[in-house]
Design a protein around this ligand. Structure first.
Ligand code: PGA
Length: 236
């Protein structure tokens, strides 16, 4: 399974290093062979040796250039990073990234062979408009995206579930994942208020290939517990 931590605008470089060390030693001690990804804040990116895959939460679709406030591929190369999160709802809704901008970024990093975790998710208003409208909306977030891309991981994260403590029911997650997965072969993660108390149930669902965790992953201990759940589910 794939267990990913999106650290967002949290943890300094020093805190991130301590965090990574804690995760690495846990993976080693427990002989974990799940795919573990961590997306630190931009200024906390660093070269990393170990089993955890470090990815960027964002980067502009350029090698380098005049794009104030952004980083480019050169800055990821410096730390050997070739994994990126694209289309996260906070970038779409707070930072105003349009589908066109998301597609441009996707294509740039796809050409370079990056592992891409591509996020989609609906707002509460769209969810309340009914299943058909919701599925159409979710599928519209795939417009321009190559779903056959071999290094693609998709994350379904309802916007209303992110950071709110609310989650869809387990039945809803199963149904939506099933419908989404009819359109592609890439692994599909669930994200949105995943925590120690619900991770085991979510990970056990059909069609859930892993989780993308925000707030609850800020505590290395909690993140490790979720990794262990995934490991136990695969072993048993
Ligand atoms: P959350 O965030 O776990 O805090 O809801 C998930 C995400 O934004 O990826």
């Amino acid at each position: 399974m794939i267990i990913a931590a999106n650290l967002k605008t949290n943890l300094t470089r020093l805190q991130t290093t301590e965090y990574m060390n804690e995760i690495e030693s846990f993976l080693k001690t427990k002989n974990i062979n799940q795919e573990v990804l961590v997306f630190p804040a931009m200024s906390s990116l660093n070269s990393h040796v170990g089993n955890v895959i470090v990815g960027a939460q964002n980067a502009y679709g350029v090698q380098n250039g005049a794009f104030t406030g952004e980083i480019g591929k050169d800055h990821l190369d410096e730390f050997g990073i070739n994994t990126i999160l694209i289309g996260h709802s906070e970038r779409r809704h707070i930072l105003g990234e349009t589908q066109d901008a998301v597609v441009e970024k996707f294509n740039f990093y796809k050409e370079l062979g990056f592992k891409i975790v591509y996020c989609i998710g609906e707002s509460l208003q769209i969810r309340e408009a009914g299943n058909k409208i919701m599925m159409n909306y979710l599928n519209s977030q795939f417009e321009g995206i190559d779903l056959e891309y071999e290094n693609l991981i998709v994350a379904y994260e309802p916007v209303w579930a992110i950071g709110t403590g609310l989650t869809p029911t387990l039945e809803d997650i199963t149904t939506i994942h099933k419908e989404l997965k009819s359109g592609f072969k890439a692994p599909l993660l669930y994200g949105g208020s995943v925590k120690v108390t619900n991770a085991k149930d979510v990970l056990a669902l059909d069609g859930v290939d892993g989780v993308l965790v925000g707030s609850a992953a800020l505590y290395a201990e909690h993140f490790c517990t979720m990794i262990e759940y995934a490991q136990n589910l695969e072993v048993n």
